[in-house]
Design a protein around this ligand. Structure first.
Ligand SMILES: *[C@@H]1O[C@H](CO)[C@@H](O)[C@H](O)[C@H]1NC(C)=O
Ligand SMILES: *[C@@H]1O[C@H](CO)[C@@H](O)[C@H](O)[C@H]1NC(C)=O
Ligand SMILES: *[C@@H]1O[C@H](CO)[C@@H](O)[C@H](O)[C@H]1NC(C)=O
Ligand SMILES: *[C@@H]1O[C@H](CO)[C@@H](O)[C@H](O)[C@H]1NC(C)=O
Ligand SMILES: *[C@@H]1O[C@H](CO)[C@@H](O)[C@H](O)[C@H]1NC(C)=O
Ligand SMILES: *[C@@H]1O[C@H](CO)[C@@H](O)[C@H](O)[C@H]1NC(C)=O
Length: 503
């Protein structure tokens, strides 16, 4: 099976590469910069939040004293609601993910909505090697080879955030202001890890959909694809079965004379299909992303989609007339994801979806999240994680050898409950169980202050999104619990500060 990187299924970045395979009007990154190209029905996302864009001279290598030129780290800042240093106004720091920070900022409405309530400043630093924050002056130079990419690590990114926020506080004479961390997905992992590594810098972290346990064999390797599969099965067993059956059909049609042309035609592809595996990968990604964004209301997070899009995909697959072929059913279903607005003339499979993306580098070095797919419980083809071929792919792509045990050495993970109970505090792990990444996250309360807030019908960091009128009660409650807990951290902090002043 042509599946070079089964788990380089990046949280978002791959999505962004997926966009390059969809028509112009679907490209998400453009929702940010080129608002004028938005279809009329879309909101002007940038309009809701105003911020100043600043740049900070950042150290390329925090862990050596090599004299490398500094780079410009971009950060977004808003202090409209900040009550200021004298009143120790809180600072909300969002840990930037693997992508353009403006995109994450506009998709993290929760933080913006909390700011006035807490009199807080909001700061969104960008993750190095993404967006505009490029060491070595440009993306081309930064992504040149394994030596220039060497400084793209989670540890360096955390150190960036620590250095930046410390410097910012000094500039504002706000040393006493408490910092609360926020993050979703990979950014949520960073938020949780930052709280553990830098407890003197941040008083707590809301880590939403943060799969910090998706390493080595801490959770079963089948978890991710099993959750995706269950999301489909809970909507419809026949839909699950259609998808399960489709892989062999795609494969065998692909091997026939003119079979690839037939597949390309059935799926309305713009160009020629090079292998049936490319089609399978394209479908595989869509199902996984659908599971991530199986939100209870219409959204435009990745693609314009209806509420509970998996239900709609399954309806399309199930409701086709009797006699409709499996492939036609799949095409109809998948069109809900790739063509909900009906403006795609044809579908472009990205020629090189695993190009030099930053996340692939991270997945090939420290972020090795092994995944398999089980023949019985999953609707995906059987797939067993193979660390040898994984390492070979990484070598071919980057001339680098993965270190699959480094993350747990650096941040822990094994026996996390007893460790976090003893050495951790003030972390919220929030998850929605429809989200396939929830399988690698913390779903149980660990202690009084390391808590898991779990919703059965939530998806990928739904809680961090802006409130809408369509929010179900369980989501409103989840956010209310988060606010209450964060309030507790801040009050505690003020009490301790006061006690020190009065001494
Ligand atoms: C979107 O909002 C921003 C900020 O208010 C504004 O500068 C921009 O012109 C708006 N774009 C459109 C297409 O309305
Ligand atoms: C990577 O590129 C840099 C800058 O051009 C160069 O100095 C270095 O030798 C290259 N390293 C490798 C391993 O090719
Ligand atoms: C703090 O102020 C210095 C001097 O103006 C500036 O160079 C630096 O970028 C500021 N730090 C941050 C985080 O903005
Ligand atoms: C997208 O939907 C429209 C409207 O239903 C349809 O005309 C078009 O062929 C679809 N595009 C693809 C690639 O299937
Ligand atoms: C894993 O991959 C290696 C290298 O491609 C291959 O030689 C080996 O047979 C594979 N192992 C399994 C269990 O498939
Ligand atoms: C964890 O504890 C909180 C109360 O602090 C509770 O609301 C929540 O439901 C608990 N989480 C789980 C997964 O039991």
């Amino acid at each position: 099976m042509a599946k070079p990187f089964p788990n380089s299924l990046a949280f978002f970045l791959l999505l962004i590469s997926l966009f390059s395979s969809t028509p112009e009007s679907h490209r998400l990154p453009q929702f940010l910069g080129k608002a004028s190209r938005l279809p009329k029905t879309q909101n002007n996302l940038t309009q809701q939040y105003t911020y100043e864009t600043r740049y900070f001279h950042q150290t390329v290598d925090h862990f050596s004293f090599t004299d490398l030129p500094k780079f410009q780290q971009r950060y977004l800042i808003n202090s409209d609601y900040w009550v200021g240093p004298n009143r120790m106004g809180p600072i909300f720091l969002y840990c930037g993910n693997e992508g353009d920070i403006e995109w994450f900022a506009v998709n993290t409405g929760f933080v913006w909505e909390l700011a006035p309530r807490f009199g807080a400043m909001v700061v969104f630093p960008e993750h190095r090697y993404y967006g505009e924050s490029m060491p070595y002056g440009s993306q081309k130079e930064a992504y040149k080879n394994a030596s220039t990419l060497a400084h793209l690590t989670a540890e360096q990114a955390l150190a960036d955030y620590a250095v930046l926020i410390t410097d910012l506080k000094r500039n504002l004479s706000a040393e006493s202001s408490p910092v609360v961390l926020f993050g979703g997905s990979y950014g949520g992992m960073l938020a949780a890890w930052m709280r553990l590594k830098y407890p003197h810098i941040a008083i707590g972290a809301l880590a939403s959909s943060a799969p910090i346990l998706q390493f080595e064999d801490i959770v079963p390797l089948e978890t991710f694809y099993d959750i995706v599969s269950n999301d489909f099965k809970r909507e419809s067993t026949s839909c699950f079965n259609t998808i399960k059956k489709s892989w062999n059909i795609i494969n065998s049609v692909g091997q026939k004379a003119n079979g690839l042309d037939h597949l390309a035609k059935t799926f309305h592809l713009c160009g020629k299909l090079k292998s049936s595996g490319d089609l399978s990968d394209w479908l595989d990604s869509a199902y996984s992303f659908l599971a991530m964004v199986d939100y209870p209301y219409p959204s435009e997070f990745l693609m314009p989609l209806p509420a509970y899009p998996i239900k709609e995909v399954c309806k399309e697959m199930d409701n086709s007339p009797d006699g409709t072929s499996v492939l036609d059913r799949i095409y109809k279903g998948i069109s809900v994801y790739y063509n909900y607005t009906g403006i795609a003339d044809c579908f472009e499979l990205d020629d090189d979806p695993h190009g030099m993306s930053g996340w692939n580098w991270q997945a090939c070095t420290e972020m090795v999240m092994p995944m398999s797919s089980n023949r019985d419980s999953s609707m995906f083809p059987e797939w067993e994680f193979n660390s040898t071929s994984y390492a070979e792919d990484c070598w071919n792509q980057f001339q680098v050898t993965p270190r699959p045990t480094w993350i747990t050495t650096e941040f822990g993970g094994h026996d996390y409950k007893s460790i976090l109970k003893t050495f951790g505090s003030n972390i919220i792990f929030s998850n929605g169980l429809l989200d396939p990444w929830s399988g690698g996250s913390v779903l149980e309360n660990v202690s009084e202050s390391v808590v898991a807030l779990v919703t059965e019908k939530g998806a990928h960091h739904l809680d961090l999104r802006a409130a809408t009128e369509d929010d179900p009660d369980w989501l409103v409650k989840q956010r209310a619990s988060e606010v209450e807990i964060i309030e507790g951290w801040i009050e505690d902090y003020y009490k301790k500060k006061k006690a020190t002043f009065n001494m």
